[in-house]
Design a protein around this ligand. Sequence first.
Ligand code: SAM
Length: 236
Amino acid sequence: MLATHPGLPLDTVLLGDCRTVLPPLPDESVDFCLTDPPYLVNYRDRSGRSLAGDRFGDWLAPAFSEVYRLLKPHTVCVSFYGWTKVDAFVAGWRAAGFRLVGHLTFPKRYTSSSGMVRYQHENAYVLGKGSPQPPEHPIGDVIDWAYSSNLHHPTQKPVQVLAPLIESFCPFGGVVLDPFAGSASTLVAAQLTGRHGVGCELEAHMHATAVARLARMRGMMLRSLGVDEAHPLRVA
Ligand SMILES: C[S@@+](CC[C@H](N)C(=O)[O-])C[C@H]1O[C@@H](n2cnc3c(N)ncnc32)[C@H](O)[C@@H]1O
């Protein structure tokens, strides 16, 4: 039987602050959260692009409290984070109710920046709501990184790195939440792996990028199945 997800805007990125956009969504309605919040580092890329919410972590506990409320019982959230503010991230996650149940490291084959050392990896925590059961075949906690090109977003996450996380932690046909969606990489990975995505993005220009990217992806997938988008019931 096909799963239904009443009250959820499936395969959509909502525009606005997740602290105000998520509260109308139903309790315990999503299967997994995969998110990449601002790292609290006042980031600026080579062309001067910056991120909203990247200076102060006042949003951390309220945003993750919403994630906690929306997750079904005994499920997980994977959240990337910036190591310089690990104390603020852990405090925010714990205040929201999460337990630390795993940690992921993503070694890169290139250097993102250089300081005391050359920075060559990303990090994420696996956060548990309640007592989640481990997957039947757990993935390793060291996962090769792939360069995303940052074409759509200054800190874009590669879809090929996100997809195995979704496959491991979200049932087929289930719903993945990303409250800090950016250019919708999580939702693209959800579409490609047969899951639904619900996202939220604060910045209007980034939201427009996310919506356009998802529409292109949907079009590509329909065309690859030989479906005419204008007449979806007619097979080309
Ligand atoms: C690190 S980026 C995510 C990039 C994304 N993983 C991708 O591949 O495109 C974090 C995003 O969260 C957004 N953001 C910051 N504060 C937010 C908030 N309170 N609610 C919703 N989105 C927010 C920023 O505008 C930014 O696009």
